[in-house]
Structure formats: C-alpha cells, structure tokens
Design a protein around this ligand. Sequence first.
Ligand SMILES: Cc1cc2nc3c(=O)[nH]c(=O)nc-3n(C[C@H](O)[C@H](O)[C@H](O)COP(=O)(O)OP(=O)(O)OC[C@H]3O[C@@H](n4cnc5c(N)ncnc54)[C@H](O)[C@@H]3O)c2cc1C
Length: 495
Amino acid sequence: MISDLEPIHIVWLKRDLRLEDHPPLTHALKSGRRTLLLFVLEDLLLEDPHCSPRHFDFIKQSICALNEALKAFNTKVLTAQGKVISVLESISREYRIEKIWAHQETGVMVTYQRDLAVMRWCQKEKISFEEKHQQGVFRGMKNRVKWLQKWDVLMNQPIEKTPLKKESLISKREIDRLSLGIDESALQTEKHSLRQAGGTHNAVRYLYSFFKERYRNYQKHISKPDLSRRACSRLSPYLAFGNLSMRQVLQKTEYETSIGNKSFALKAFGSRLRWQSHFIQKFEMECSMEFECINKGYQKLDKPINKAYINAWEKGNTGVPLVDAAMRCLVQTGYLNFRMRALVVSFFCHHLWQPWQACAHFLARQFLDFEAGIHYPQLQMQAGVTGINMLRIYNPVKNGQEHDPKGLFVKQWIPELKNLPEEMIHTPWELTSIEAGVYDFELGKTYPQPIVDLQKARKHATSALWPLSKSTPVRKEGKRILAKHTLADRNSLMR
Ligand SMILES: Cc1cc2nc3c(=O)[nH]c(=O)nc-3n(C[C@H](O)[C@H](O)[C@H](O)COP(=O)(O)OP(=O)(O)OC[C@H]3O[C@@H](n4cnc5c(N)ncnc54)[C@H](O)[C@@H]3O)c2cc1C
C-alpha cells in the first residue's frame, strides 16, 4: 500500500554535531526530499559506564549551537530522549521515512549493537539506511596495506558547502508539532568555568587561537602538565563529538603550513591528527580491546583488585604528588595532556598493580574528549599489554621534577602542599621532622604517605612483565598484531 504521508530523509546525528563538512547532511539535502535532523539522547548512553553528565552537557551545548545556526533556515534539531527505534517509529506515524543518513561510528560495543539494530529495523520497514565516513577509519579492513592511501584520499577531498535551504528542511513548527522533542529548557546547561564548552563556534575559537599564536610553544610545552593546556590545540572534545571534522582541521593545518614559517610545530601537530585515525582504525579492526588485552598472551596476568588503592587513585590521594594533582585536575576540568594521561594509567597499572580494565570506565567518564578508539588502545599501550610497544613505567617523581620543576601544577591542585619549597614538592616524604615543623606539614595528616613504595612497586611490575613479554604466547600474538595493525615500515603509519 502506498502511504500518503510525505516522504522525508532523516539525518541521524550522533558524534557529528556540526553543519559543515557533513556528507550525510549534504546528501540528504540534495535528495529532493525534505530533511529532518534528529538527535536522540539515548537511554543506552545515559546508563553507559563510559558516559557522564559532562559529556551530555557538551552534547547539549553543541545542539544549542546547531539550533542557533539553524534559526536562519526556520528549523532545529529534533532532540528526543529514549530509544532510537522508538523515536523513529513515532516519526513514521507522521512522515514516510524514505532514507536515514548517518556517519559510521566506531564506538563501544553498545553503540555498535544499536547501529545494527537500527539497520535491521530499517530493513524490516523498507527504509534505506546509509552511513558515510567521518574519520579516516574504514570498516571491514583485514590489514593496513591500503589504509594510508584511503586515508589520504578521504582527507584531501574538497570540502563541499552544505546546501542548507529553508524549503529543504522540516520547519521548526512541524518539529514542535511532532511533540517528540525534549523541552528546550532541558537543553540548557550550567556554565562550568573549568571545562571546555561544546559547539562549533567554540571549536572554531580554539582552532583559530591555536594557529594565531598558541602553536608556537606546541612542542616545547606538550609534556608540561600546566603549560600544555594552552600550547596544545585542545581540539580533542570538538573532534570527539564532531563539532569539527578531522578533514576540516587537517586542511586548515595544511593551509597554515603553506602560508607561514611554522612547519616544525605544525608538522608535529599534523602527525598527531593522523594518529587519531590510526588508533581508531585499530579499535575498529579489533573491538574486543574494550574488554580484553589485544595481546592474548597477557590474559593470564594476575592483578588482584585492591579497592582501597583504586579509591585513593580516583580521589587523588595516593600520596604521590604528580599523580594526585593530575587526577584531581582531570576530575575538575575533564582534560589532561598526553603525558599526564599516560602517567596516571602507568601508575595505576604498574605501581598499584591493577588491571587496566579497572580504570577504563572511570577515566572515560572524566575525559571530556572520550573517544573509545583512542582510549582503549592507549590504555593497553600504557598498561604494557600489547607486546609490540616498549614497556614504559613512568617515574612520577622524575616526571614531576622535569615537567613541573617549580611545583606550580602540584600546588594548584594539592593546596595541602602549597607551603613546601619547590625542591621538596614532589617528594614530601623526604622532609625531615625539623623541616616538616618549619613548613607546618605532617605526612599522613596534612597529606597522605605514598600508598606504595615507588621503587619496590616498580621493581615488582618490571619483574612480572619482563619475562612475560618474552613468552611464546606473547611473541606469537605480537607477530599477529604487527601483521594486522601495522606495515612493514611501522613508522610510516605514524609519520
Ligand atoms: C590513556 C590515554 C587515553 C587517551 N584517551 C583519549 C581520548 O579518549 N580521546 C582523545 O581524543 N585522545 C585521547 N588520548 C590521546 C591524547 O592524550 C589526547 O588526544 C590529547 O591530549 C588531546 O589534547 P589536544 O587536543 O590538545 O591534542 P593536540 O596535541 O593538540 O593534538 C590534536 C589532536 O590529535 C589527536 N591526538 C593527539 N595525540 C594523540 C594520541 N597520542 N593518540 C591519538 N590521537 C592523538 C587528538 O584528536 C587531538 O585532539 C589518550 C591518551 C592516553 C595516554
């Protein structure tokens, strides 16, 4: 039976909250049918252990920014709450959904299963469903032989202007009439001065200020816990939620390089942009990494859970200043630079001898830029369970002395230590009783004793991991991983 409902196209927004360089939107708008933009605040994500209110705030801020830009076209994003299929079923009662467009998402298992369920539903309802690439990540690849080529082609494609027109979009009034959207007031969020706010306008602000001036100290400050916050681009949450596409950032980087004398910093930055896709591609091709070690030879690593250690680490009360400052800073601001992320994970997995799985969800909830495809491969690299990367156990004291020599970062986040002189800030346990009296400091009271002996803990981790790294199962798996995820010249993927 032919329905007399109006046939429409839907653009199902997920982690692609922007209007420019958005192939699903462009295709929908060119279809000749009117288009509805849909976002669903999904129950499944609201309950997921990787997600936290800071992520939903970022999403809401991004949607408000979209709605602001869409006012000129007399439309808005239909933002519903619940299950995607139930929302689509409700829309189907008012319109005949001819086609749904979306970006292909490489996410955690629940979102992958949700995508499959939506595809099955579309098949049953005879609705066409098409996904487009958002990152340089390709489904179904068995190895990396063609990956670089494909990545280059995708990233160098010219960015087409989105052909937004009032008459091609379902109007705001019609969307309101559907009565499926959450109340506009529910999209409002409280301002959090220490966290980055969502929305393409904010993303563009960071992008431009980076290229205007901040990039100058990119390499010099990238490892500094405090200075990196300004010298790095800070684009990660905007890329994770798609306020900007990777292609937009890459092409802007190439343009900036072509017009100025800034090639060193921008070369280093450009490489990292490529790493983003490289890591996500790895996760796409081996998504069991969410649950188990990529190198199955490490499966038998015995690390008993110690809740007291985990609790102290999460709260920034381990008694190791740089670790604690980083954890407290992360919880408050949602951001750490790469080195501090690696350091807190290394401390958790090596010094505290805890399995990486026991910190994965907590960290995901704190990182505003949580991206499963970077998070899980990086966690496993830092935990030393890949069998293809050098084992690296970060020394929190040495890192503190090198990268926070005056202890400014530590003092900012651990006010209990603010009276200590800079040469003692990373080793408060070395204060003599006379010094402690002078600085009005009592170890174990003002600030905790280290919960582990740093040297002994490091030795224990090395002596457990080193022989295992030489074992036959780990080596065999290492070869498999190299063949699947790298090229003969490993560095060519990370150039
Ligand atoms: C344990 C651990 C977990 C991590 N989890 C995430 C995560 O969930 N989301 C995330 O975006 N990054 C993650 N990273 C990578 C990295 O720390 C962040 O991308 C970076 O600190 C973000 O800051 P920025 O945007 O200023 O980076 P910039 O240095 O300005 O780099 C620009 C962009 O390049 C990409 N990039 C930079 N470094 C890396 C890297 N080492 N690997 C892959 N891509 C990179 C990011 O998209 C980043 O936004 C993780 C690192 C570790 C060690």
